[in-house]
Write a protein that binds this ligand. Structure first.
Ligand code: AMP
Ligand code: GLY
Length: 422
């Protein structure tokens, strides 16, 4: 089977690594891919939302399945584009249709969905310019801090948590005034929940589902979860507090009602559902939905997946996921992200990366690298993800940290305290 992966980050490198191990794989293509994915398949110079060019590649390369990594093409309707095309409609797409992708593409839609299906989540009120006064009253009815979310996609930057009530009111006005462009024409105001977060992933064919290994990601740049938010500084799987009792609650109160709710709404959802959860006194609440795998969680979770990922994807496509085998390694897996100095602010690109060949016992997934002459050089804020397994997360982290410190590039930085909170 020929497979095309859409995307260019560490998550897609991890997919390529895993998919290339499948006995079912024929040729593997990645659009646009990165230095790491090139080791397992052919990179195609095509943007993730260039549907016309993707169509041409699928036909030219005789692609049998498309696996979508990031949210943007899903929210823009890549799956619907395939279904509407005579020549593409029989090529399965792993990733939901546009209406399913709205769970990530519109926070207002996601909240309304959760309310309708009694899925535990923070209290909220959605505001546009037309009901600003009611929005301000809602803010005043809450206790600090105040959570304001741009409704639409804002590259992970659309959530603001504000301590002061007057400032919250001002920021609400700014958001509605175009602070995040169209994405904040609607703003979701939420009650603040206090707890510890984790990421739960399910794969579904629209009726059946499989729950993949749970993970925790570390979003802040600084030690002790301080400083600015990043695309993710590392991840750990499993998460000690997400024990069997907690995961049973997650399955019964969140996963099942979500899968059934989508089905009742007439949405044939085929792909990953990412539940961004918070445990409040051991009770799970949904903070957000994403309609894809997490990054960097994938770079840890995938190491624990013993089953053939292509077989699971076939189950998604054929609607017989229930008959496919999901085996998960009891060991822990972690990933540590190496980033460019200055990130998530301004940082340099083009610095030569050396000593990657000295890494042993860990896997390197490329996030932002590029080939320049005979060198591999940095090409993004998040550069490389060092993934390892161990009998517990501490052992796995030790290995990732040992290998991380062998790699060198100018102003390389990584967090040395992952797992500090567990
Ligand atoms: P989101 O993009 O919706 O995942 O939000 C980004 C981050 O903001 C989350 O990972 C949480 O740390 C935080 N957050 C979002 N909503 C809430 C909430 N209702 N209560 C507390 N923290 C929140
Ligand atoms: N790690 C969080 C995300 O992928 O959105």
């Amino acid at each position: 089977m020929n497979i095309l992966i859409i995307g260019s980050g560490g998550r897609e490198h991890a997919f390529a690594w895993k998919i290339s191990q499948s006995p079912k794989i024929g040729q593997l293509f990645i659009a646009p891919g990165n230095t790491g994915t090139a080791e397992f398949g052919t990179n195609l110079e095509i943007g993730v939302a260039d549907f016309k060019a993707i169509r041409k590649a699928v036909l030219d390369k005789k692609i049998d399945m498309v696996v979508v990594g990031p949210e943007v093409p899903l929210v823009e309707g890549i799956h619907d584009f395939f279904l509407a095309d005579e020549l593409l409609k029989l090529v399965p797409v792993i990733g939901p249709v546009r209406r399913g992708a709205m769970l990530e593409g519109s926070k207002d839609y996601a909240k309304e969905f959760m309310m309708r299906y009694s899925i535990p989540t923070a209290a909220y009120y959605s505001v546009t310019k037309d009901n600003l006064e009611q929005g301000i009253s809602f803010i005043h009815s809450l206790k600090a801090p105040y959570v304001l979310k741009a409704d639409g996609l804002a590259a992970g930057k659309g959530v603001l948590i504000i301590e002061n009530v007057d400032e919250a009111e001002q920021v609400l006005r700014k958001m509605l005034g175009g602070m995040f462009g169209q994405a904040s024409e609607t703003v979701v105001i939420e009650e603040f929940l206090t707890g510890i977060e984790c990421s739960v992933f399910a794969l579904t064919d629209g009726k059946n589902y499989k729950i993949l290994p749970v993970a925790k990601d570390y979003k802040r740049i600084g030690v002790g979860d301080t400083g600015l938010n990043t695309g993710g500084m590392g991840a750990i799987s499993p998460v000690p507090f997400a024990d069997e009792i907690f995961m049973k609650k997650v399955e019964e109160r969140i996963v099942i009602p979500t899968v059934n709710g989508l089905h009742s709404d007439g949405i044939e959802y085929k792909g990953f559902i990412f539940f961004g959860l918070i445990s409040v006194n051991s009770e799970p609440f949904v903070i957000e939905y994403n309609v894809r795998m997490g990054d960097p969680e994938t770079e840890a979770v995938i190491l624990r997946l013993k089953s053939d990922l292509v077989d699971l994807f076939e189950g998604v496509a054929n609607g017989d996921l229930a008959d496919r085998q999901l085996d998960i390694d009891a060991d822990s897996a972690v990933t540590v992200m190496l980033v460019a100095g200055g990130y998530p602010g301004a940082y340099e690109k083009g610095d030569v990366i050396t000593d990657m060949d000295k890494v042993s016992g860990s896997i390197l997934f490329h996030a932002g690298t590029r080939i320049s002459g005979n060198d591999v050089v940095t090409n993004g804020g998040r550069v490389l993800s060092v993934s390892s397994k161990g009998k517990d997360f501490k052992e796995a982290l030790k290995l990732s940290y040992q290998n991380a410190s062998k790699i060198q590039f100018k102003n390389m930085y990584f967090r040395k305290d992952l797992g500090f909170d567990l």
